[in-house]
Design a protein around this ligand. Sequence first.
Ligand SMILES: O=C(O)[C@H](O)COP(=O)(O)O
Length: 215
Amino acid sequence: MLQVYLVRHGETQWNAERRIQGQSDSPLTDKGEQQARQVAERAKALGITHIIASDLGRTRRTAEIIADVCGCGVTLEPRLRELDMGVLERRHIESLTEEEESWRRQLVNGTADGRIPDGESMQELSDRMHAALANCLELPEGSRPMLVSHGMALGCLVSTILGLPAWAERRLRLRNCSISRIDYQQSPWLASGWVVETAGDVSHLDAPALDELQR
Ligand SMILES: O=C(O)[C@H](O)COP(=O)(O)O
């Protein structure tokens, strides 16, 4: 049975400032670096063999820290990027006009084909995340990969594995440096294929990220 571990990157400067990132980027905070080091220790204990990361800076940095401790390389996978948040990227979430907030709420409240102007729909996000995940099935027998990605991207992947439509209301919170596990299996008691074993585990972290305090 193939186990795939999913990690959201460490806390960034814009996470802390509640600024929309999407496919724009900001550096990890000191806490984000600390979180990444704690994920790395858990990854080593789990016997992670491959680190596959979104090519954005915050995920690359998180992956590098994990890979250094696990002694493996990092493969960059652009399909693991965060949802493209279009014209609202870089904007502080409290600064949005009513119309701009309505665009963002379409993504949060579940609207088929909802998107921010110049951005991506949740269905488009789901399609590319599942394509990136499917590549893990090509890894050598006995591999144990860890995918380093983003909050909405991983939330969409886990939700769709559970059978929700990509545009379903967002009700799964994945904290910075949380670890989720999905298995590809043929158990007689579960649907064949991908199943969710754990979601959003933060037991390896010793301090909440700012976004936990803000929400
Ligand atoms: O700000 C965003 O774009 C997302 O809501 C969170 O993205 P992140 O997981 O890359 O921080």
